[in-house]
Design a protein around this ligand. Structure first.
Ligand code: KG4
Ligand code: ZN
Length: 309
């Protein structure tokens, strides 16, 4: 089954064509990163207008890159929620119009479920359930137990900032570029985690990162000459500790076959390395096969639509 998928929940206009939930025939992403770098973050109204501008060219490019035509497409999939309302509307209207005009079924899916399925993309072997999946992005921070396709239990989430949001806001405090995740990761390579920033003690499987960001702010006010690289390394280590701590707690409670990491922050090498170290081979560990599948993309929407249709 070949699905044309559209994703516009935040600031990426993305169209992909995916076969049988795993094989990516094309994955086009028009990023608005340059536009939002000017404001240090996404302005929703601006994002929606940018989607309108590039939606049709991006669909055209997907057909050009894949060499397919509408005759090859079995269904159209689109992100229904959650996301920026204006941005979502552009994608949903485009998908509905295309499905209607081309007489194809329309499959609407949840964006977070899309991130969960980013680990199916290009995987050669079958994924084995149960899966413990940590989605960490700019907008979302969720720990989910997947018992089977569509059988998901949300174990916990962030009570305030998502991990990626904390990276972005802290980077701004430190005078680093946007998006903050890669900038902090790079700065951290030059520094050492010598500052003991507080770790929020959250109940169950919930997370909290806004206190950590404030701790960095106060630290910088008290120590204006501190090495940015050391602050970045210490901040990153505190985030990694909090995320991996909850993941390991869930590993003890649930007997899972696999542990998955998804979302933009899953690109972080320190986070991946700490998971591998603490898992110590007790479960298969997967993260998206490409950076393009970590951040928002439409291929994951094509994957989830296939499995949950
Ligand atoms: O999944 P995504 O593209 O957007 C949302 O759905 O929110 O994730 C973007 C987030 C940004 O906050 C960015 O700073 C973070 O992912 N990110 C990283 C890294 N690369 C991207 N965070 C930490 N380390 C990275 N290498
Ligand atoms: Zn996302």
């Amino acid at each position: 089954m070949i699905i044309l998928a559209i994703e516009t929940s935040c600031d990426e206009t993305a169209v992909a064509i995916v076969k049988d939930g795993r094989e990516v025939l094309c994955n086009v992403v028009a990023s608005q990163i340059d536009v939002h770098a000017l404001t240090g973050g996404v302005v929703p109204e601006v994002a929606a207008r940018e989607h309108v501008k590039v939606m049709v060219p991006v669909v055209r490019q997907a057909f050009e890159e894949s060499g397919l035509t509408w005759d090859d497409i079995d269904a159209v999939a689109v992100t229904k929620e959650p996301g920026l309302i204006g941005s979502l509307v552009v994608g949903r209207m485009a998908a509905a119009a295309l499905a209607f005009a081309k007489d194809k079924p329309l499959i609407e899916v949840n964006h977070i479920h899309g991130h969960l399925y980013s680990n199916w993309l290009e995987s050669e072997e079958d994924v084995e359930f149960p899966v413990l999946s940590l989605t960490v992005s700019g907008g979302h921070n969720e720990l989910v137990l997947m018992r089977g396709h569509g059988d998901f239990e949300k174990l916990g989430e962030s009570m305030d900032d998502a991990a990626g949001e904390a990276f972005d806001k802290t980077a701004r405090l430190l005078g680093l570029s946007y998006p903050g995740g890669p900038a902090i990761e790079k700065a951290a390579l030059e520094g050492e985690a010598v500052i003991d920033f507080p770790r929020a003690k959250m109940q169950g499987y919930n997370f909290s990162f806004s206190g950590l960001k404030t701790a960095v702010l106060y630290y910088m006010q008290d120590n204006p000459d501190a090495a940015v690289s050391d602050v970045a390394a210490s901040f990153q280590s505190a985030v990694v500790d909090a995320l991996v701590g909850k993941l390991m707690k869930a590993m003890e409670e649930f007997d899972v076959a696999e542990v998955h990491l998804a979302g933009g922050v899953s690109a972080n090498k320190a986070l991946r390395a700490e998971i591998v170290r603490r898992l110590d081979g007790r479960a298969v560990f997967r993260h998206p096969k490409k950076m393009a599948y970590c951040t928002d993309n439409a291929a994951m929407i094509g994957a989830v639509a296939y499995y949950l249709r």
